[in-house]
Design a protein around this ligand. Sequence first.
Ligand code: ZN
Length: 167
Amino acid sequence: MKRHSIRVTARCAHVGPRGRCAKNTTITHPYCGKHTAEVLGLRVAKSRVPNAGLGLYAVRTFKKGEHIVEYTGQRMSIEDYDAKYAQDGLGSYGIEVNADTVIDAAKTSSSVARYACDYHGSGKRGPNARYESDDVKVWIVALKTIRPGEEIFTDYGHDMHLAIGII
Ligand SMILES: [Zn+2]
């Protein structure tokens, strides 16, 4: 599985009282690590799941039912998505937003939402977050209170309808 394999460096999008942040970001778009924590309350770091690569962590408390982060990426039809990934059978970042459309977060400019790992292998009995679509956008939503320092885990099996071959 080619996770997090595409990397692009871009300048942090945060604009503060003294102008735009001068830092570059490669892992967390659109913000640098500091501003991802400040603005989104999230941090990307090595997952506690062995061999899972990077994971997504809370740096503030998220309450049950709270929208943690939007799952963004390239919008495409399910037909195009299937065609794109038919050759290698991989579609790790695709999530159905409705019956016609998939959000493919494989692109570098996609949000940090794509770093949320599946809870299997984490030692947790279940996920603490899940993907929710309102037919227009997909969000990662807290299933319970998530405290600072906790890794955010979803369940790809139930939520990532098009994620073929992850489990
Ligand atoms: Zn920044």
